[in-house]
Write a protein that binds this ligand. Sequence first.
Ligand code: NI
Length: 173
Amino acid sequence: MAMKILKYGDPALETPCAPVADSEFETAGLAELAAEMFATMYDAQGVGLAAPQVGILKRLTVIDCSCGENEAEKLVLVNPEITAAEGTQVGEEGCLSIPGFREQVKRPQFVKARARGLKGEWFEVEAEDLLARAICHENDHLDGVLFLNRLSRLKRESIKRKIRGLRRKGEWD
Ligand code: NI
């Protein structure tokens, strides 16, 4: 079942999230949350989703740059940390919480991250291109940071103004 994705303006999206506690690993609750987040992300045709986007202020993200085409590309990152970043890429980026807006965002070309899986095991991921971008974008969500914060002030204010207009018309909730 798809969960409701919160839209920009909801305070949950700008609140730093708490780490998943040791006692939560290997529980059905955590596995179900990840499964529901994948379903929600595929339903919305996204490549990444962070728990705060569904109102859960925990450091958990799901990513699949294959959009459900390749099981091997499914990633669940719990309590992720980016441990290295190199180079830069500039490319179009969007966010399921800010639908209809896409902008050029500068990100590292290559990142290394460590994270825990649903059973609590630590693992390392090395990523470049789109996957590096997705890891950075989702990791930002866990700190309450949106891609809007990575744009120039001018661009950010222009998007915020358009969103206020949509909200007034009842087209943003
Ligand atoms: Ni996002």
